[in-house]
Design a protein around this ligand. Structure first.
Ligand code: SAM
Length: 188
C-alpha cells in the first residue's frame, strides 16, 4: 500500500513487475490519479494491470475495508498534512496507518526536504530539522506508541539516493541539494 501515491507511478510499476502481488495506491488528490486509474483497466499488453487498486482518500479517513490488509506500507515524499504527521509523529495519524497494516508489516517512509528552499512550508507545518537526533529522540518513541518499531533510519545526500521510481523522486533529484531522511520499520 502506498499512501500519498500522487500519480501512482510507484504502485503501477511495482504491480507490472510483480503480477502475483496486489498493490493499493491512495491519495486524496483526484486529478493525478485519473490517468493511471484508467490505464490499469486496459488489456495487459496495452499497459493494464489487474492487481492494482487506486483509492481517493486522505490518511485521516481511510476506508475501514482496508483494516489489516497491508503487508507493506510505503510513504514516498509526503507533503502537507501527511508530511507533518510523519515528520512530527502525530500519533493519531500514525494509528490510522497502523490500522491498515497486518502484524509484521514493513513500513518505509522517505522524506526529501531542503531546509532552505522548503523553509516557509516547514515553518508553516512546524516541522523541525529531520536529523537523526530528531528521529531517535522524538520519532522512535511516538511511532512505537502508535504500533510501529523503527528498525533502521538514515540520511542520504542527493548523490546517494537509490532509485525510488516515483515521479517526485525524479523531480526532486534534479532540484539541487535535497537530502533524504528515511525510516524503515515494522508494525508490532
Ligand atoms: C510530493 S507528492 C508525492 C507523490 C508520490 N508519492 C511520489 O513520490 O511521486 C505528496 C503527496 O501526498 C499527498 N498527501 C498530502 N496530504 C495527504 C493526506 N493527508 N493523506 C494522504 N495523502 C496526502 C498529496 O496529495 C500528494 O500527492
Amino acid at each position: 500500500m502506498d499512501i500519498g501515491t500522487g500519480d501512482g507511478r510507484f504502485v503501477y510499476q511495482s504491480a507490472r513487475r510483480n503480477p502475483k502481488k496486489f498493490y493499493i495506491g491512495i491519495d486524496p488528490s483526484r486529478k493525478p490519479l485519473e490517468k493511471i486509474s484508467e490505464k490499469i483497466y486496459r488489456k495487459p499488453a496495452k499497459g493494464g494491470a489487474a492487481n492494482v487498486l487506486f483509492i481517493q482518500a486522505a490518511v485521516e479517513d481511510l476506508p475501514a475495508e482496508l483494516d489489516g490488509v497491508a503487508d507493506e506500507l510505503h510513504l514516498h515524499f509526503p507533503w502537507g498534512s501527511l508530511l507533518r504527521a510523519m515528520a512530527t509523529a502525530q500519533v493519531e495519524i500514525l494509528r490510522c496507518l497502523r490500522k491498515v497494516c497486518c502484524v509484521g508489516a514493513l513500513l518505509e517512509v522517505v522524506m526529501g526536504l531542503d531546509p532552505v528552499r522548503d523553509r516557509s512550508e516547514l515553518e508553516r507545518l512546524e516541522i523541525p530539522e529531520l536529523s537523526l537526533k530528531h528521529v531517535d529522540e522524538v520519532l522512535r518513541r511516538a511511532y512505537l506508541a502508535a504500533g510501529f518499531e523503527i528498525t533502521e533510519r538514515g540520511i542520504l545526500p542527493v548523490s546517494e539516493w537509490p532509485e525510488f521510481n516515483t515521479s517526485w523522486a525524479k523531480r526532486l533529484q534534479q532540484s539541487g541539494n535535497r537530502p533524504i531522511t528515511y525510516l524503515i520499520g515494522r508494525a508490532v
